[in-house]
Design a protein around this ligand. Sequence first.
Ligand code: SAM
Length: 314
Amino acid sequence: KSWTAEDEAIIATNMDATECKRCAVELGYWKDDYISYFVRHADRKAPEINRGYYARVKAMEMFIHQFLERCGTKCQIINLGCGYDTLYWRLKDTTQAVGNFIELDFPAVTAKKCHIIKRNKQLLQKISNEDGEVMIRSGDLHSDGYHLLGCDLRCLAEVRRKLAAGGASAALPALLLAECVLVYLRPDAADALLQHLAGAFPRCALLLYEQCNLGDTFGEVMLRNLSARGCVLAGERLRMRPAALVERLRALGFEAARAWDMQAVWRALPEDDRARVEALEMLDERELLLQLNTHYAFSVATRGDIFADMDLNA
Ligand code: SAM
């Protein structure tokens, strides 16, 4: 399969995200012992960017915790457009390592991630089973409880096939992660993917993070930047307000859904955390941060009663 220039630009967004995360970690925003293995160097980013990433990572963490609290570790995590995300290793260091962890991204990304993992002892030792076995089969990495699979999320047949190869099971609760990923899919492809996943997992929770409210002047500038990076297709959906996002998720087969802009998420974070982070860097551009925060949304969509009460303030 050949990739278009647009795909290449989308693939490159992974390096962006990883560098931003590494920068924020180095500045003390949160702890991640693994991110530096995936990107050697990161230029310093603006304080608003670091603060934005902090809220994004913190919100993910908070809801991952709520999910695991409700179903325990006999479950699976499916990380859509995983990039170089280090969640698998971070969870391994806690008591919350899950039964099965499946990561999907373009083969160009998973092949590189696989390469980095293979030559790094710290990463590798948390993946291999007792005999130190990991298996690489047609570019995909398989081991007990961790699968890294090359896949185009726009192609449902492939997603189905890869999930099966990764041992995904309809019988287990599933946590579906889409952190800044669906924005790179056409609305119809993103909808089809979500609808398929909601249908496939009777007990699941989706954590979705992406731009929203892009209908105003600030949003139009963000849309233009996104299209310069290959994302020209998701426009209509990204103009939605969080309330409309909730409706969309319910229409796709989730039983309950909630969505907030990131300003609401920021305000809901524990006061101690906010105070600590606010002391890390001077923020000149308060207005800019507010604009950014109101143009990103975090949504949670669930199926199954045990997850119905997952909430920002739960
Ligand atoms: N989720 C990671 C994070 O938040 O750090 C990475 C985010 S990065 C901005 C977007 C990722 O989505 C990239 O790794 C990109 O390759 C992946 N992606 C976008 N469209 C995709 C598609 N159609 N199939 C597979 N992966 C895709």
